[in-house]
Design a binder for this molecule. Structure first.
Ligand code: NAD
Length: 482
């Protein structure tokens, strides 16, 4: 990386800048627990400079033919694809993702940039007849102006691109704040884009820092639209803060994804999908299966195979590409272990896993154990609260209807899963689940789908046509030619 983020952490108006800040936030490798570097947080004045640069650049950017904006995003995709290995290496070090999952995230980031670039010639409005003689109305899609992107640590690169790519292609400019835990890969990518893509100054800016920097961005008078991914409480704070100026918000928040395993399900396939979903990125994924509802007819058979498969998950140094690396921080590990301890206090049984390793993967590192909890009921905290670690409670159900009832009995509404071979059950359950997305006999979203949280899991949504167009607002023009 050409720039040193401890020296010049701010990317504003097409250039790297030092910060006047006297606060630096250490970035810690979750495997070695070593401090990789410390990144100065943007000051309030520096956030203002970034949003002002974005404001100044916006009208010229929006005036460009959309295809030119798309071409530049395709260049961004090329740069990401050309640098998968180096970006993935930084990501492994700062976040603890295994090598292959880190590479997957970087490749997915290129895919997002390329997919969103393709909306350049599809920013379509409508033409409708008016209500008076010789009148027609055109409904045009216009950018909001300056978009503030606020990014979590669990997918620091793909969420960064997920924020700026649709914003830019639709004619907005952007200021993005990475998570204070994982700013390095973002800054490395910004450096590559700065050197290799001809983006005009001010169109994309990055300001590192923590929640206070994020709050400053949200309340900044030059910001027209806030798109944030993170936890529910932060989302609520952002919405309250944005209310003062009626700044638009899009919030992609936490989840508590249920999986309903029906009596006729292919149990091996269900176990494989659920284990993968619960342990990828050490269980730190908003769409991860977080509670499993299994029909009593097959509960024992399911539990046996599930426990065996979770116990076989190999935890270790993410550079060696095991199944699962460490959690991102000591704090996140403690939250996972606390969830296990409270579940046990409330009556759950640890069928495999727990809070300690007999033989830890290494002397340093924030290692969580893939854990299955049985003897769990619907009222326990572990079924109701988001657990961002590899912990899977299993609850027996007597019917498909009870599975749906338990699944919907939640404040969250992001992802949900159903496993059955019966078409009619699959369709009925998918129809009745009050979640923004349902996966039938599988997992994993696609760019052309739509990733959206219902209930307290958010508002706005990302990906696909609706994710691109949410960065536009509609303007009606009445043409009178009588
Ligand atoms: P977090 O809410 O702690 O932080 C997210 C971002 O918000 C960070 O950049 C943080 O600095 C910033 N922030 C904190 N306080 C702020 C404030 N008052 N104003 C403005 N910004 C503020 O979340 P996290 O721990 O980084 O991420 C994990 C959470 O994200 C989980 O709940 C997970 O489910 C959720 N998530 C959701 C999705 C989705 O698409 N729905 C995707 C990934 C992660």
């Amino acid at each position: 990386m050409a720039v040193d983020p401890s020296e010049t952490p701010l990317y504003i108006d097409g250039e790297w800048h030092e910060s006047e800040s006297d606060e630096s936030i250490p970035v810690v490798d979750p495997t070695t627990e070593a401090e990789l570097t410390a990144v100065p947080s943007a000051t309030a004045e520096e956030v203002r400079r970034a949003t002002h640069a974005a404001r100044t650049a916006q009208s010229e950017w929006a005036d460009r033919p959309a295809k030119e904006r798309g071409d530049l995003l395709r260049d961004v995709a090329d740069v990401i694809e050309d640098n998968v290995e180096s970006l993935a290496e930084t990501l492994v070090r700062e976040q603890g993702k295994t090598r292959s999952v880190a590479a997957y995230e970087i490749e997915a980031s290129a895919d997002i940039a390329r997919y969103m670039s393709e909306w350049d010639r599809r920013i379509e409005g409508d033409v409708v007849p008016g209500s008076t003689r010789r009148q027609s109305i055109t409904l045009l899609r216009k950018p909001y102006g300056v978009v503030a992107g606020i990014v979590p640590w669990n997918f620091p690169v793909s969420v960064f691109v997920r924020k700026f790519a649709p914003a830019l292609v639709t004619g907005n400019t952007a200021v993005v704040k990475p998570s204070e835990l994982t700013p390095l890969t973002t800054l490395e990518l910004m450096d590559l884009v700065d050197r290799e893509v001809d983006l005009p100054p001010g169109v994309l800016n990055v300001v590192p820092g923590g929640g206070d920097v994020g709050a400053g961005l949200v309340s900044d008078p030059d910001v027209d639209y806030v798109t944030m991914t993170g936890n529910v409480e932060t989302g609520k704070a952002i919405m309250r803060n944005a209310a003062d100026d009626l700044t638009r918000v899009s919030l992609e928040l936490g989840g508590k994804a249920p999986a309903i395993v029906c009596a006729d399900a292919d149990l091996d396939a269900a176990v494989e999908t659920i284990v993968g979903s619960r342990t990828i990125n050490a269980g730190q994924v908003c769409t991860c299966v977080e509670r499993v509802y299994v029909h009593e007819d097959v509960r024992e058979a399911f539990e046996e195979r599930f426990v065996e498969a979770m116990a076989a998950v190999e935890v270790g140094d993410p550079r060696e590409d095991p199944d699962m690396g460490p959690q991102v921080s000591a704090g996140e590990l403690e939250k996972t272990n606390d969830a296990i301890r409270r579940a046990v206090e409330q009556g759950a049984t640890v069928a495999t896993g727990g809070t300690t390793f007999e033989d830890p993967p290494a002397e340093t590192g924030y290692w969580a154990r893939p854990t299955v909890l049985t003897d769990v009921d619907q009222e326990m905290d572990v079924v109701r609260e988001e657990v961002f670690g590899p912990v899977a409670p299993v609850v027996g159900i007597d019917s498909v209807e009870q599975g749906v009832e338990f699944a919907n009995d939640s404040n969250y509404g992001l992802s949900s899963y159903v496993f059955t071979e019966r078409y009619r059950d699959a369709m009925r359950i998918a129809e009745d689940l009050e979640f923004g997305e349902t996966f039938i006999n599988g997992s994993g979203g696609a760019q052309q789908g739509h990733h959206i949280g219902w209930n307290e899991s958010g508002m706005g949504g990302e990906d696909g046509k609706h994710g691109a167009m949410k960065y536009t607002q509609i303007k009606s023009v009445y043409h009178n030619f009588d």
